[in-house]
Write a protein that binds this ligand. Structure first.
Ligand code: ZN
Length: 323
């Protein structure tokens, strides 16, 4: 195990504060202005208030998806063409090595995979998450009209990748619609570790009862068991989580979850993607796909762009605050 509090410090890097000042002075791009603001806030207040302690929950059946009865975490509907607003273009970004995130590596993890439903044997295989064994992956949820969580997560990640690349980041994805299923949750964590990502965000949407709505960010609790050791990432992940909670609320207008967590934040110790991560990492459940209002937002490409912007801005603020 190598998870220590120094693991994510990178003494060889130039000071981030200097880059931040440059970014703020050159603030002609609204997104960077937002990032600069959040970065300044983070610098000014020691990365914001720690979230209220939230007791880790147990017994959740799948990563990032609360399967409240009746289970809504099955991709029962076939993927639809709700994505009619167009996908972001592949590839993008400014010149390599320039921008406020030059030299930084970000892991984006689009939850689930549209192919998972056709590979139940593979995704049901248990994997070790340190303190338990859990399914390799799950199908994820969908809106009542059949727009799948996996479609949603990959679209938002593509949009966020474009923004982050434009700011100079090296962006690594756990899957890019380029594999028939998965990867498993343990591999999703390993990909970030192997990439030595400076920060990671796993994008999800929830499948709670239809009366529930809102978003929440999930942060890792302390787990030291088997292959899991989150002791080095709990604190930085909390800082990233609070930033993401704030950018997402401000950028999308989505309210905090009404059915879980507190003030849009939750802490869990049962998610393999967090337990096995050695790099600061959070999940975001962007809304409840089974709620009509949330589903309306998530099927709107313009709203997804706002969601992606919020993810990118939180990562930018985190990374330009000296992490
Ligand atoms: Zn999910």
């Amino acid at each position: 195990m190598t998870g220590t509090t120094t693991e994510n410090q990178q003494p060889g890097r130039p000071r981030r504060a200097a880059r931040l000042r440059i970014a703020v002075l050159a603030c002609t791009v609204p997104a960077l202005c937002v990032a600069g603001w959040y970065g300044r806030q983070a610098l000014a207040d020691g990365h914001g208030a720690r979230p209220a302690a939230v007791a880790p929950s147990v017994g959740e059946p799948s990563d990032g998806t609360r399967s409240l009865p009746p289970s809504t975490d099955d991709a029962s509907g076939s993927p639809s063409s709700a994505d009619a607003g167009g996908s972001p273009s592949a590839g993008s970004g400014g010149p390599a090595g320039s921008g406020p995130l030059a030299g930084r590596t970000v892991l984006l993890d689009p939850g689930h995979n549209t192919g998972n439903a056709a590979h139940t044997t593979e995704i049901n295989r248990p994997v070790d998450i340190g303190n338990a064994r859990k399914e390799c992956d799950t199908t994820g949820t969908s809106t009542n009209a059949g727009y799948s969580e996996a479609e949603y997560t990959l679209d938002v990640v593509h949009r966020a990748r474009e923004i982050l690349r434009a700011r100079g980041a090296n962006v690594v994805l756990t899957q890019d619609g380029d594999r028939p299923w998965g990867p498993c949750i343990d591999e999703r964590a390993r990909i970030g570790n192997t990439a030595k990502a400076d920060a990671a965000v796993s994008v999800h949407a929830d499948g709670a009862p239809g009366s529930a709505h809102g978003f929440h960010v999930i942060m890792p609790g302390k787990v030291v068991a088997g292959a899991a050791d989150t002791s080095g990432i709990v604190d930085p992940s909390q800082r990233l989580g609070v930033l993401l909670r704030d950018t997402f609320k401000a950028g999308t207008g989505e309210p905090y979850a009404t059915y879980i967590g507190k003030d849009g934040l939750d802490t869990r110790t049962d998610l393999g993607g967090l337990n096995l991560s050695r790099v600061p990492k959070v999940f975001i459940e962007c809304g409840n796909m089974r709620n009509a209002e949330d589903a309306g937002r998530m099927t709107d490409p313009q709203w997804r762009q706002k969601a992606a912007q919020a993810v990118a801005d939180a990562l930018t603020a985190y990374l330009t605050a000296g992490h």
